[in-house]
Design a protein around this ligand. Structure first.
Ligand code: SF4
Ligand code: SF4
Length: 88
């Protein structure tokens, strides 16, 4: 499992500060990667980021609301094909 950031993200970086494994990166460039992104391979499913997010933009991958499910693939692709950690 992993956690996923959806398009509700306001890009305020609060989640980054609490992630114990530093697997959340700012999506850059913003027009291509509009949210912060969670690396599904490194997320340890601790849930700490969820409590920090002021707009409730972070979900476990099996609880992502239907209208936001494209974000699951987008977060993963940011790391597999996009800039990933190099965007930080
Ligand atoms: S669930 Fe934990 S490990 Fe995963 S992105 Fe959030 S804070 Fe980081
Ligand atoms: S805390 Fe929420 S709004 Fe802020 S960057 Fe993280 S996911 Fe986006």
């Amino acid at each position: 499992m992993t956690y996923v950031i959806v398009s509700l993200c306001q890009r305020d970086a609060l989640c980054v500060e609490v992630c114990p494994v530093e697997c959340i990166v700012e999506g850059n460039p913003e027009d291509e990667w509009p949210t912060y992104m969670i690396d599904p391979d490194n997320c340890i499913d601790c849930g700490a980021c969820v409590a920090e997010c002021p707009v409730d933009a972070i979900f476990p991958d099996d609880e992502v609301p239907e209208e936001f499910t494209a974000a699951i693939e987008l977060n993963a692709r940011f790391y597999s094909e996009g800039p990933g950690y190099d965007a930080a």
